[in-house]
Design a protein around this ligand. Structure first.
Ligand SMILES: O=P(O)(O)O[C@@H]1[C@@H](OP(=O)(O)O)[C@H](OP(=O)(O)O)[C@H](O)[C@H](OP(=O)(O)O)[C@H]1OP(=O)(O)O
Ligand SMILES: Nc1ncnc2c1ncn2[C@@H]1O[C@H](COP(=O)(O)OP(=O)(O)OP(=O)(O)O)[C@@H](O)[C@H]1O
Ligand SMILES: [Zn+2]
Length: 461
């Protein structure tokens, strides 16, 4: 823990940067060298979550069993500390310290957190405001590098553009524990299947064009396709910042699909970055090329994919190990006992622990985000401390650096929820397929059938 204390007088220096389900992130806008180039990540209290639960309890007894091999985690006195240690001691070694900054814990006063809470209210998406607020009872937060800028600008006018990508799960499961009726999971990516459920639940306005299998494919062409698709339907998977200011996508939530107006505004922004004259043509293709090139040349997703693949059993296998870990009768076998899973209930306890542990680590890797920042390679610099990418269309080079963010531990107690969500995703797909294959029906049902057919088409393009 670094001995900084953020107090009421400091609150005005921090500005809203974004948020996910569990944390709000603010960037430093003051003049102290201790915080320049940093963001602070503060924990939220979700709606209906008891106020003092986070502060008082650390890992549950069963979680302590699962994480017993990571000794540091066991000494954590709160969930927050455990989370920080998890990023440091579990994810960082797996993903590589070059791309992970777990940050340091800093002390914060209640007044500081209250002022932050009030200060960011108007910038937060309203549905996020309804779902949670800054937990003002905590006494620490995480201070980490601001990955949307370069730490030491070479000159004053230096421009930095950064993209944030939430790539999601990049492989198809092959586990033998996946039941026959759920075999679609082996053919269509989890992201695409989940899109159908989200669309039916009206959580997204359109099915995303994006497929993580392209992004993780290692093929330049498919990576380029996936970046274009993210650009067209960014949802919460794609954002762009210029010098730390959001210029594309949505802060803290789901973005609208990209229409002409959005694309034109972004094109204008890119002119600042590429320092282009008005008549020098479209820059969106150059920008997408830059992003795809960095993903492909850095190979950074290869390592992430290996961590995601720690999930070898799929939730349909891991759930049985979970019930053994928590010493409860298996709720899945109670419903129907697929023969293949018997074996999972007769393995040594340590193996059940490992299955669950690997599954949870994989979940973090399936939900984290990647930030890649670019700046034009400073003139005359012969040895850049960063990776360099050459953009042929502009005959120019760019420095870039890539970092992973959001390395939180997933709670063990959510395993039954993960199982339920998985089943819900598959059954939504199956219902849709039944509708597509039904003989035509009159009236509004035909419209619904048409919609389903259109989704089905999209999945197979
Ligand atoms: O289950 P998923 O794949 O929908 O992932 C959840 C994310 O949804 P999305 O990426 O939009 O589909 C979800 O993202 P949003 O809050 O929807 O932006 C969270 O990242 C959630 O994690 P946690 O519960 O906050 O730890 C994520 O939940 P976990 O499953 O990773 O716990
Ligand atoms: N180190 C960083 N540098 C720059 N921006 C960051 C950094 N960390 C987070 N952000 C921004 O803040 C947003 C929210 O952060 P984060 O993803 O950690 O929240 P979360 O609540 O843990 O997310 P999730 O819902 O996925 O669990 C990110 O989407 C990103 O835009
Ligand atoms: Zn079972």
């Amino acid at each position: 823990m670094v001995e900084f204390i953020l107090e009421a007088k400091d609150a005005a220096d921090w500005i809203y940067r974004g948020e996910g389900g569990l944390n709000i992130v603010l960037a430093y806008n003051g003049s102290s060298p201790n915080f320049t180039g940093k963001v602070v990540r503060v924990r939220k209290l979700r709606k209906n979550e008891p106020e003092n639960e986070e502060a008082s309890s650390a890992l549950s007894g069963h979680e302590r069993l699962v994480w017993k091999e990571v000794g540091e985690l066991l000494s954590a006195s709160t969930k927050d500390i455990a989370n920080h240690m998890y990023a440091q001691h579990v994810l960082c070694p797996l993903l590589g310290s070059r791309h992970v900054d777990a940050g340091v814990r800093v002390l914060v006063t209640k007044e500081f957190l209250e002022l932050l809470h009030n200060g960011v209210l108007l910038q937060r998406p309203s549905w996020r405001v309804d779902n949670g607020r800054i937990n003002t009872l905590l006494d620490s937060a995480i201070l980490m590098s601001d990955h949307s800028i370069f730490p030491h600008a070479v000159h004053e006018e230096e421009v930095c553009i950064s993209v944030e990508i939430k790539p999601k799960c990049g492989f198809l499961p092959t586990s033998r524990f996946i039941r026959e009726e759920n075999a679609v999971k082996k053919r269509i990516s989890r992201f695409r299947l989940h899109q159908i459920l989200k669309f039916h639940q009206r959580k997204v306005p359109q099915i995303s064009e994006y497929d993580p299998l392209d992004m993780f494919s290692g093929s330049k062409g498919r990576i380029m396709k996936s970046v274009k698709d993210l650009f067209l339907t960014p949802q919460n998977n794609f954002r762009v910042f210029l010098n730390g200011r959001l210029v594309f996508g949505s802060l803290g939530g789901e973005a609208d699909d990209t229409n002409t107006q959005i694309a034109e505004a972004f094109e204008e922004t890119l002119k600042d970055f590429f320092k282009a004259d008005d008549d020098s043509g479209m820059h969106i293709p150059d920008f997408l090329q830059l992003v795809a090139g960095a993903v492909s040349e850095s190979g950074i997703l290869d390592r992430l994919l290996q961590v995601q693949k720690l999930d070898v059993m799929d939730i349909e296998g891991a759930i049985h190990a979970y019930y053994d870990v928590v010493s409860q009768p298996c709720a899945v076998c109670r419903e129907s006992q697929p023969a293949a899973t018997n074996v999972l209930h007769s393995i040594p306890f340590d193996q059940s622990l490992k299955i669950v542990r690997d599954f949870l680590i994989s979940l973090t890797a399936k939900d984290l985000s990647l930030m890649i920042s670019f700046r034009p390679t400073p003139k005359g610099s012969s040895q850049s401390p960063y990776d360099v990418i050459y953009l042929e269309s502009l005959n120019r080079s760019f420095d870039y650096k890539a970092s992973f963010i959001d390395l939180d531990m997933k709670p063990l107690e959510k395993m039954p929820y993960y199982y339920k969500l998985d089943q819900e995703i598959v059954s939504c797909y199956s219902r849709m397929m039944k509708t597509v294959n039904q003989p035509e029906k009159p009236g509004s049902e035909t419209l619904y059938q048409d919609q389903c057919a259109a989704i089905e088409d999209k999945l197979h393009t």
